[in-house]
Design a protein around this ligand. Structure first.
Ligand SMILES: [Fe+2]
Ligand SMILES: [Fe+2]
Length: 187
């Protein structure tokens, strides 16, 4: 089980850094006069918070005790140095999300299946599906920016169960976690 515990800790640390990075991306997008991109980054940062919460819960159930979070290492200066112009930040976001989908969560999911740990499997699988959506929306926004098209204002919603992101009109059921529409939080 120690492999799964390690994987959960790695995922929580990665998500915690991603959450902070998205907050910084959002601040930069405001400065770049791209408020709609800022709102998207803010929404994704909240979504990463959902993953952190789910992974922490899984970790405490699996390890059978309250866990300290001293394995989370956030280097604020290092993160700040990684912030570039908003277009580049969108590209970096896409590659970060894609890494999580195609490498990190793919591997962690395989490990949890092999060991037969349903709790870890569920939290990794939900996060992986949500990251795929995050990458997709960032790609869409990037394309609009590259074509000098205006990004329309749309209400953004975050699924409080899985970290999925949807726009209006909201689906009746979250397509990732199957929970009712009422579990979506409006940004
Ligand atoms: Fe994400
Ligand atoms: Fe969901």
């Amino acid at each position: 089980m120690s492999l799964i515990i390690d994987n959960l800790k790695t995922a929580i640390n990665g998500e915690s850094n991603a959450k902070r990075r998205y907050e910084l991306y959002a601040e930069k997008a405001v400065k770049d006069n791209l408020p709609e991109v800022a709102r998207l980054f803010k929404a994704i940062s909240i979504a990463e918070g959902v993953h952190i919460k789910n992974h922490l819960r899984a970790l405490s159930v699996i390890s059978g005790s309250d866990i300290s979070d001293n394995f989370i290492k956030i280097n604020e200066n290092e993160l700040k140095n990684q912030i570039k112009d908003t277009k580049t930040n969108l590209m970096d976001a896409i590659s970060g999300e894609t890494y999580e989908v195609k490498k990190m969560y793919k591997e962690f999911l395989k490990n949890s299946k092999k060991i037969g740990n349903d709790i870890a499997e569920l939290t990794f699988s939900l996060a992986r599906k949500a990251e795929r959506i995050h990458a997709k929306i960032c790609s869409k926004y990037l394309k609009l920016l590259e074509n000098n098209k205006r990004i329309e204002f749309k209400e953004i919603y975050i699924c409080s169960i899985c970290g999925n992101i949807e726009f209006e009109p909201l689906p009746m059921i979250c397509p990732i976690c199957d929970h009712d529409q009422k579990f979506f939080m409006k940004l």
